[in-house]
Design a protein around this ligand. Structure first.
Ligand code: NAP
Length: 512
């Protein structure tokens, strides 16, 4: 059993049951500069015009790769002007609206993105939706090349009965709420004392960790005020994290798993019976460092339970609750088969016990177990949404591509001038940094096409032309200057409350 260090801290402070806010983990990133039209480099008539659709990590890393190409290899003196488009009024995509707010280490990547985006050859055009405000035809009119980097923020479904019940959520619904995504519903109803999180990847860890957070613990973060208030209604006591295979097949990264242990007032419970390995899993554990570290961490928690004289996970859970802690409990070898309900609300999760079969897979063991929970969060992966007039493979929820070059179908022919990077290119896998090499590959493909003369010449490459078009269409563009105003307002709100930043809650406030 692992106790969050703050349990001790709370006791030492003589406030049993109260959880102290964590120390600030250094200054929060500013997520600020993006150039405005005025500071933009005056482009030569021959400048390469590229639009990057989506200003998350993949989009910004694509900008970086384009700038590097221009700096290092542009022998002809041809400049580059990149428009970085986003349908939201604010940049940085998943970094702002997908990374858990209690994750300062990852948020530190913001500084890198900020540095890239501050280059005067990049122009931010926020609140511009591809497919609505600008069509594919418009893109072809104004740019030599378009890179689609719109990511993935729809939830995959489990495909089991009961998913539609009240209290059954996709992880992204919760994540976008606590991260203050302007299109998310302003309220979150914490009506469950017991919740299940299905999936054993890093998103499941984020969701489980945030479910046991208190408003005090989130005080130093940049969450909007309505989210901070929402956490005040959090009645969650026990979160069960459910893996359909054994611990050797969990997708957690060790650092993220260990962070679970640092949540004040929370006890981690692991069922020792779940930590068994067949030959294949044992071999994987020994050959793969990440797997070995994940299994070791889980075993440490189970061992701590045993040392505390708590033989079973049920006893450990009961002891933690009696001590006033919240509980995160890992359960493996259980595959959800139904979300059960009463009066339209979730009342439980029915799981089939599984046993391993060769190939790292599992099969049902013919027994089920009912877990009483009032909420179920699916953290079984994200899905990209298709884009208007852009090829899309519904099977993989990605844009068919060859090293980033968009194809008209899987294995089909290239669509000249169209490229893709990030999760919509390769699926929702990898850490944020993975998008950097992914973007480098895409930009390598793009510049190779430039050199072979296969990029189409746009009839209206002047950067002003696309601004005029958007103005004619009445699009309320948030350019770099407007973003700096939003940024300044958020920092002011934060400063007023003694923190680095407080995010604005919605589009209206941002556009205001
Ligand atoms: P993920 O790593 O692919 O994990 C998905 C989990 O869902 C797996 O455990 C998978 O189990 C399970 N699953 C899928 N279908 C299921 C089903 N029908 N029933 C039960 N379980 C099912 O995806 P993710 O957690 O959404 O993460 C996406 C990417 O973002 C990952 O690369 C992740 O590392 C990254 N990320 C990183 C951080 C961070 O570094 N802090 C934070 C969040 C996300 P199987 O393996 O058995 O299919």
């Amino acid at each position: 059993m692992g106790r969050g260090s703050g349990s001790d801290g709370a006791a030492a402070a003589g406030r049993p049951g109260r959880i102290p806010a964590p120390a600030r983990a250094g200054p929060e990133p500013r997520l600020a500069p993006l150039c405005d039209d005025r500071s933009m480099t005056t482009p030569s008539d021959s400048a390469l015009r590229v639009a990057v659709v989506g200003s998350g990590p993949a989009g910004v890393y694509a900008c970086e790769a384009l700038l590097n190409w221009s700096d290092n290899e542009d022998q002809s003196g041809r400049g580059i002007v990149v428009d970085l488009l986003d349908r939201l009024p604010v940049p940085y995509g998943l970094l702002r609206h997908g990374v858990a707010p209690d994750h300062p280490r990852i948020k530190g990547i913001a500084r890198t993105l900020e540095g890239i985006a501050a280059d005067p050859r990049i122009r931010f055009l926020g609140n511009v939706e591809f497919g609505t405000d600008l069509t594919l035809t418009d893109m072809r009119d104004h740019y030599h090349a378009v890179i689609f980097a719109t990511g993935a923020l729809d939830d995959r479904r489990l495909g089991i009965p009961g998913e539609e019940l009240d209290g059954s959520y996709g992880a992204a619904q919760f994540v976008t709420w606590y991260d203050g995504h302007p299109d998310s519903h302003p309220e979150w109803r914490f009506t469950a004392e017991r919740a299940a999180v299905v999936g054993v990847g890093n998103v499941a860890l984020d969701v489980a960790r945030m479910l046991v957070r208190t408003p005090e613990q989130l005080e130093p973060t940049d969450i909007p005020e309505h989210v901070r208030v929402g956490f005040g209604t959090n009645i969650t006591r026990v979160v069960s994290v459910i893996g359909r295979r054994g611990p050797a097949y969990a997708k957690f990264t060790p650092l993220e798993l260990r962070e679970m242990d640092k949540v004040d007032g929370t006890t981690i419970v692991v069922d020792p019976d779940d930590l068994e390995y067949d030959d294949e899993a044992r071999e994987l554990r020994e050959s793969d460092r990440r797997v070995g570290q994940v299994c070791t961490q889980l075993e440490k928690w189970a061992e701590a339970q045993r040392e505390a004289g708590l033989g079973t996970a049920d006893e450990a859970e009961a002891a933690a609750l009696a001590a006033g802690d919240r509980v995160v409990r890992f359960r493996f070898h259980r595959s959800p088969v139904e979300i059960t309900g009463s009066d339209g609300r979730v009342s439980g999760l029915r799981m089939e016990i599984t046993e391993p079969v060769p190939g790292g897979r599992v099969r049902g063991a013919g027994r089920t177990e009912d877990l009483p929970v009032e909420a179920v969060y699916r953290a079984v992966g994200y899905r990209s949404a298709g884009l208007e007039d852009v090829p899309f493979d519904p099977e993989t929820a990605t844009i068919p591509n060859d090293s980033g070059r968009v194809l008209d179908s899987v294995g089909g022919t290239a669509r000249p001038g169209l490229f893709t990077a990030g999760w919509i290119k390769r699926g929702p896998t990898g850490v944020i940094g993975t998008n950097r090499s992914c973007a480098v590959e895409t930009v390598g493909t793009l510049t190779a096409e430039l050199e072979t003369g296969t990029l189409p010449e746009p009839p209206r490459p002047d950067p002003q032309a696309v601004r005029d078009l958007l103005a004619d269409r009445g699009v309320d563009v948030v350019d770099g200057e407007a973003w700096l105003a939003i940024d300044a307002r958020e920092r002011q709100l934060g400063e007023d409350a003694g923190r680095e930043r407080t995010k604005l809650p919605g589009r209206a406030e941002m556009l205001d």
